[in-house]
Design a protein around this ligand. Structure first.
Ligand code: IPM
Ligand code: MN
Length: 389
């Protein structure tokens, strides 16, 4: 029996496709109509090498898409230093509202050498993280085979964990101020602020992530309970209460942040998932990044599990390499992989990760800009070719 014997080919809406496929299944015929899912992605190239690396990430996503019946609709936004210098505006007032209409945001880098540090970082990157309530910053620390690490005698077996950095509180809220500015008595205060709600929602994500990862089923809280006796006491109580009550099968560890840095170098294999506040998370993930081969390969996701998330290479805008076609786009490509995973496209994410693994371990000479043995666009081509087949 042929498909057309069973169902008249009048496919006009997605419902017709479902109905047709149900008919075909009934008669043991393979469903033949599959609707491609379209993802609307906001692409913010940003500053410096941001646009170059993002272009390679987009190239890879577009190359992989057909195999997985996915379509992409990338819309460019010109947020960044150039726009700021031209218009005097960091972000249009309705930026967050507009971005909420997208399935995800794909970001290159923010930071311009001609703009005073802080303006763009706070005005664009942090503002979006806050306005879109992206309360998780997910930063995997994973050493791929063949990639050089500065850690002696450690390899991919040992360096494979995930840092979950809280992304909306702590020293990042701007709570504080300055008095008597410019006098010998000038006072500057910047407070680390957390409420229980913020801590709980971050911990819940971290426990669930650890459970889903199912590797060592161990969640480590990184804090500083010996000095920040208010802040990390709150974290530690919440951590233990939630763990005991809702996640009895997840082992709980605790490390002070200074010790965490030491063990990340000495015994990274101890870690499975680390959860921590915004400031410590910022600091330890740069350390983590260098152990996995540097900024050229480290990706991060600013995640709102109930809303719109934003994915970025964590390396910054690298002004001195801008426009030279030498920067490593792998972190941006890995951020794209993380975006697909977060959107629930696990098969496509896996395909991209496999391609990244192959290219970094069998092709690229180094993860550093200008030393890869390939140009930025060539690295993108290598990955794109693998995901397309
Ligand atoms: C990061 C960066 C940002 C941060 C800066 C650029 C504001 O260092 O994403 O880790 O501190 O969060
Ligand atoms: Mn940082």
């Amino acid at each position: 029996m042929r498909h057309s014997d069973i169902f008249p080919l009048r496919i006009k809406t997605p419902f017709d496709i479902i109905t047709a496929n149900n008919y075909y299944r009934k008669f043991n015929l393979k469903p033949i109509f599959i609707m491609a899912k379209t993802y609307k992605i906001a692409a913010i190239g940003g500053d410096g090498t941001g646009p170059e690396v993002l272009a390679e990430g987009i190239k890879v996503l577009k190359a992989a898409a057909p195999k997985f019946d996915i379509k992409f609709d990338f819309i460019d936004f010109d947020y960044g230093g150039e726009r700021y210098m031209r218009t005097g505006e960091v972000l249009p007032p309705n930026a967050a509202e507009e971005l909420k209409q997208f399935d995800a945001i794909y970001l290159g880098a923010i930071g311009h050498p001609d703009v005073k540090p802080g303006i763009l970082e706070k005005g664009i990157l942090l503002k979006l993280r806050f306005d879109l309530d992206q309360y998780i910053n997910l930063r995997p620390v994973k050493l791929y085979p063949g990639v050089e690490t500065p850690l002696k005698d450690k390899g991919p077996e040992e360096i494979d964990y995930v840092v979950i950095r809280e992304n909306t509180g702590d020293l990042y809220t701007g709570t504080g101020g300055v008095t008597m500015k410019g006098t010998p008595n000038e006072v500057a205060v910047q407070s680390a602020v957390y409420n229980r709600f913020q801590v709980d929602r971050c911990l819940k994500y971290a426990f669930e992530y650890t459970k889903k990862r199912n590797k060592k089923n161990t969640l480590a809280l990184c804090g500083k309970t010996n000095v920040l006796t208010f802040l990390y006491d709150l974290w530690e109580r919440a951590f233990n209460e939630m763990g005991e009550k809702d996640f009895p099968n997840i082992r709980r560890d605790y490390y002070h942040v200074d010790a965490t840095c030491m063990w990340m170098v000495k015994n990274p294999e101890w870690f499975d998932v680390i959860v921590t506040g915004n400031m410590f998370g910022d600091i330890i993930t740069d350390l983590g990044a260098i152990t996995q081969g540097g900024m050229g390969i480290a990706a991060g996701g600013n995640i709102n599990p109930e809303g719109v998330s934003m994915f970025e290479p964590i390396g910054g805008s690298a002004p001195k390499y801008t426009g030279k076609n030498v920067i490593n786009p792998m972190a941006a490509i890995a951020a794209g992989q993380m975006m697909m995973e977060t959107l629930g496209e696990d098969a496509m994410a896996k395909k991209i990760e496999d391609a990244i693994t192959t290219v970094v371990s069998t092709k690229m000479k180094s993860m550093s800009a200008g030393k890869m043995g390939y140009s930025t666009t060539e690295v993108g081509d290598l990955v794109a070719e693998l995901v397309a087949n």
